[in-house]
Design a protein around this ligand. Structure first.
Ligand code: PLP
Length: 632
């Protein structure tokens, strides 16, 4: 939905009037997205020569008077890419090591270097500082190297981590940037003129184009006419906005308790960071402030619609009792449990092996906490944002909930809680990945060396820890998700297999530590209507077609909800999209949709197992001329 993209862009302009957005193409290198942003006047952050060529090609096609500016924001670039970039007029490049300075200097003295510094990126959905950024101790070495090789250092960049929900992360980074500005000017004579505050801003909201609308039998085409419907919806949204905000805030406070900070949305972050920039880098200094937003601009612009290709009925037998627990109790329990563990980690710092293990456990805990809290926040946002989805999103009336569901441990929100329930139990059976068992065995075993003579449980524990360490930080979230999947003590009532999965657009579950929410494309007049692609001269559109198929044998008005697992289409067991979500009973041919699927999705999709990557269709819920640059 290019309308959402435009709306996000103007919202940025409103809340960050001084900060020029350079869209991080890696987030979604879709040509229509790049063109729309170029047309709006955005600049671009590219990580490779192909991205540079994409931006330049798109702007040529648009016949723009002014070619967008590009920052080559990859601190470790292949030499051939630097050569091509320079030939195509790209000058600004980030760096964080001496070898990069030398590499650049041998290619062109016209390159303008921007020093990427390390920041505290804990609390972000995707952490980047373990790969890039110069620590303070190395700044002088790098500035001196640039001086020696005759290259100009013109600015500082940082990235607080992708999907940052805590504006205070910017405070320290801005202070560090200021310190480096002063050092570079005072001690090395560089003219520092660019402050690059990177990306990381959250972008989840909801597209104004809602696929539910395609069920309206009067709407045959998803263009033009749709605008009216959407504007009505928008007015409702505006009326409810305040209400929603209150509720969201309530939830955050409720979940995070006294000690943690609430998770923040874009506006909160921008409204905090914008004045901070002016305070630390006053407008009078003429420092140009740029940013590299990726997910903020595009996350909400894509809605993924996938169809059910297979169904498996796993309904559990009578008498199988599984611990029941509510979302909020679980979240609080997890929180206090992990805080207890933090205490222990602190206590064990004197022992070096324990310190290593402690750090790994701590990483796992913060991932699981973040995962849980993001899930909760996202679910609440969904609940308050889209009332049309009541069957799935509102707490079901217990009298209407299927018996099998009531016996299980699923919550009103349909959240996957197996592992959390395990944590809250007194664990007496070895479960190598459970946080509780990690904790228990750590306190009994003194060090890695002494683990030889210990019980199987402790060996399991050590092996788990070591393999997690080896898997590396980027994989930790994936490991946890897989562990949850593998250790689930029960199966959901129904399993559905979709025509897209983690090897396709849902790779964000692995690479981006995302959580997604399936929603039923509800009230389809009948299964006999299907969405078809229509090639209308130059434009590809889609509409509903009556197939005259009356095999619609499941009752659309039945409100029974069942715990369900959503799988992707491949044969790999890691290809799981959602577990334990509450859905009505689905049939082959039904459609589910997932909002906020624009960031880090199609960008890394593969055709593993021979499944073709996701098709794209473009709509515009709002026309560009409806937007006023001044934020009206
Ligand atoms: C250098 C750089 N800039 C910008 C971004 C975009 O980050 P986000 O999508 O969180 O805004 C990334 C993401 O990895 C990045 O590495």
């Amino acid at each position: 939905d290019l309308g959402t993209l435009v709306a996000q862009y103007y919202q940025w302009k409103k809340h960050f009037p001084r900060v020029e957005p350079f869209y991080a193409v890696k987030c979604n290198p879709d040509r229509a997205i790049v063109k729309t942003l170029a047309r709006l006047g955005a600049n671009f952050d590219c990580a490779s020569r192909n991205e540079i060529n994409l931006v330049l090609g798109a702007s040529r096609e648009l016949g723009l008077e002014k070619t967008p500016e590009i920052i080559f924001a990859n601190p470790c670039k292949p030499r051939t890419h630097i050569i091509e970039a320079v030939c195509k007029g790209v000058r600004m490049m980030t760096f964080d090591n001496v070898d990069e300075v030398e590499k650049c200097a041998k290619i062109s003295k016209k390159i303008e270097l921007i020093l990427r510094i390390i920041t505290d990126d804990s609390g972000s959905q995707c952490r980047l500082s373990s790969k890039f950024g110069a620590p303070k101790a190395r700044w002088r070495v790098l500035l001196a190297a640039a001086k020696r090789y005759g290259l100009a250092v013109v600015g500082v960049s940082f990235h607080v981590g992708s999907g940052c929900r805590d504006s205070s992360r910017y405070d320290l980074a801005l202070k560090d940037a200021k310190e480096l500005f002063e050092m570079a000017e005072r001690d090395y004579g560089f003219e520092m003129k660019i402050l690059d505050i990177g990306g990381g801003f959250p972008g989840e909201t909801h597209s104004l184009w809602n696929p539910v609308d395609i069920i309206d039998p009067t709407v045959k085409r998803i263009n033009g006419e749709m605008v009216e419907t959407v504007i009505d919806d928008q007015l409702d949204d505006v009326e409810e906005a305040e209400d929603e905000d209150d509720k969201k805030e309530g939830l955050e406070k409720d979940f995070d308790g006294d000690e943690s900070k609430p998770l923040m949305f874009f506006q909160d972050i921008a409204d905090h960071v914008s004045p901070k920039i002016d305070e630390i880098f006053p407008i009078s200094t003429n420092v140009r402030v740029i940013a590299e937003p990726g997910r903020y601009l595009v996350a909400a612009s894509c809605t993924l619609v996938a169809s059910v290709t297979s169904v498996r009925n796993n309904a559990i037998g009578e008498g199988e009792e599984i611990l029941g627990i509510s979302d909020k109790v679980a979240a609080k329990g997890l929180d206090s449990l992990t805080r207890g563990e933090e205490r222990e980690i602190v206590d064990s710092q004197s022992n070096p092996e324990h310190a290593v293990i402690g750090t790994i456990v701590e990483e796992l805990q913060s991932y699981s906490k973040l995962y849980t809290s993001q899930n909760l926040v996202q679910q609440e946002v969904d609940v308050w944002t889209d009332k049309s989805d009541v069957g799935m999103l509102e707490a079901p009336d217990p009298s209407e909930v299927h018996d099998a569901f009531r016996e299980q441990s699923h919550t009103a929100e349909g959240m996957s809680l197996g592992i959390i329930a395990e944590c809250l139990e007194e664990v007496d059976r070895p479960r190598s990945m459970s946080i509780s068992s990690l904790n228990n065995s750590r306190s009994r075993s003194n060090s890695i060396e002494t683990s030889k003579g210990v019980t199987g449980l402790e060996e399991d524990f050590m092996n788990s820890v070591l393999s997690i360490a080896a898997a590396g930080e980027a994989a930790v979230s994936g490991v946890v998700i897989q562990a949850v999947a593998d250790s689930a003590p029960y199966q959901d009532d129904f399993a559905y297999y979709l025509n897209d999965g983690v090897y396709g657009a849902f790779n964000n579950l692995m690479f981006d530590h995302a959580s997604v929410r399936p929603r039923l494309l509800r009230n389809t007049p009948s299964k006999s209507h299907r969405v078809v692609v229509v090639n209308d001269e130059s434009q590809q559109q889609f509409c509903l077609e009556d197939t005259d198929d009356d095999e619609d044998n499941h009752n659309r008005n039945n409100n029974d909800l069942f715990s369900s697992t959503i799988f992707g289409p491949t044969c790999d067991s890691i290809d799981v999209i959602s577990r334990s979500v509450l859905l009505p009973k689905l049939a082959i041919g039904d459609w589910l949709y997932f909002q906020n699927m624009g960031a880090y999705t199609c960008a890394a999709a593969s055709d593993f197992n021979g499944f073709t990557p996701t098709n794209k269709f473009y709509v515009c819920s709002m026309q560009p001329e409806e937007f006023d640059i001044d934020g009206q």
